[in-house]
Design a protein around this ligand. Structure first.
Ligand code: CP3
Length: 347
């Protein structure tokens, strides 16, 4: 079945319908590559405050929709609002990224899930405001980080390429680590359910550090926590499609497609869309996987990347996206070029 112009193309695609041209949105589409974002950014003292100010967060969410007409808006917030809402100190050091007061084994029981909905109430208001200003054909995506990924920041107190602190913590304090994951599973499910109640139509779970989970713990630390969240959300919102992004999962990508219950899997730029389409269960939709650096390069590099992805996904339910977030140094004209290549006959 091929829908030519469904009301919200991305929802049709997520339900398995082949929508041509494939719907498109970009991870981090609201952000620093946009001059109108940088302008608002200067008005807010700190980034967390920006995420928790509905008038500004809703405006930022809508900026890339107005400029480019993506098929989905993604709520402007951050995965670290969950540790913040649990009572951990979180801040964003200018030009350095996130910082947290690192959690220790003896303080895990102090994390308090009871204030989550009230602390994050401004985010639900942002969702409501965005919904009343979105074009009819554009869907709103809510999101959260997966427990492993969020735990890596909570334990290290900052981002790190190899999740050393979280891995050591998990080896040394396995019970405390499991307790932390359990708190995050419950809080994240609750947060995502509240986003749906506020109006989110699609959810994406970011397992950005899937590539650092010790392989013998993949099920316990990543697959099962995500599957738990998916199933809890489904109990409350059975029809809301859920996209899982297990970045850098490599050969484990297949397990995320088979074992999390996701409707769609977002593919990074190092993983083949052909592999995903051949190996994933037929009802799992693919999303991705243009290299964010190909978007920076533009021109012939971008044309060939889009042409390849089009060939690989032809006749399939697929959503165009990048393999990871858009970089701040990306030229805006290249985003326009990308949309032309995806939607036009040029590629
Ligand atoms: O996609 C969107 O446009 C929606 C907003 C969004 C942000 N963060 C805004 C943001 C989303 C979906 C996220 C998710 C997020 N945040 C992830 C998962 C996705 C991924 O990139 O792997 C992670 C790991 C974080 C944690 C985080 N927040 C980091 C590591 C950083 C600093 C690095 C960076 O890219 O800036 C942030 C800050 C952040 N989150 C910014 C934005 C727009 C930049 C802050 C600023 O403007 O000063």
């Amino acid at each position: 079945l091929t829908d030519i112009r469904p009301v919200k193309p991305i929802l049709s695609a997520l339900h398995g319908t082949v929508v041509e041209p494939h719907p498109v949105w970009l991870m981090r589409q609201a952000g620093r590559y946009l001059p109108e974002y940088r302008e608002i950014r200067t008005k807010a003292t700190d980034f967390l405050n920006l995420c928790l100010t509905p008038a500004l967060a809703s405006e930022i969410t809508l900026q890339p929709i107005r400029r480019f007409g993506f098929d989905a808006a993604i709520l402007f917030a951050d995965i670290l609002v969950v540790p913040h809402a649990l009572g951990q100190k979180v801040w964003f050091a200018e030009g350095e990224g996130p910082r947290l007061d690192p959690i220790t084994a003896d303080r895990i029981h102090k994390l308090d899930p009871t204030q989550l909905r009230s602390t994050l109430a401004p985010i639900f208001e942002t969702i409501d405001r965005v919904k009343s200003n979105l074009p009819k054909t554009t869907a709103l995506i809510g999101f959260a980080g997966a427990p492993w990924t969020v735990a890596t920041y909570m334990i290290a107190g900052r981002g790190s390429d190899d999740s050393t602190a979280a891995r050591l913590f998990a080896y040394r304090e396995p019970q405390a680590f499991t307790a932390l994951l359990d708190i995050l599973i419950a809080a994240t499910a609750d947060y995502l359910i509240a986003q749906v109640q506020a109006g989110a139509e699609v959810l994406q779970i970011f397992e950005s550090w899937a590539g650092t989970v010790p392989v013998e713990k993949l099920e316990d630390y990543s697959l099962h926590p995500i599957q738990q969240i998916v199933s809890r959300v489904r109990d409350h919102a059975p029809s809301v499609p859920i996209i899982v992004f297990p970045r850098a999962a490599g050969t484990n990508y297949l397990r995320y497609a088979c074992e999390t219950g996701a409707n769609a899997i977002s593919i990074d730029a190092h993983t083949s869309l052909s592999f995903a389409i051949e190996q994933f269960p037929a009802n799992v939709v693919t999303q991705g996987n243009i290299d964010p650096l190909a978007l920076i390069a533009g021109g012939r590099t971008l044309r060939s990347a889009v042409a390849l992805a089009k060939t690989q996904t032809k006749g399939r339910a697929h959503i165009f996206n990048l393999g990871h977030g858009i970089r701040p140094e990306t030229p805006i004209e290249h985003v326009t070029e990308l949309l032309g290549l995806i939607r036009g006959s040029a590629a």
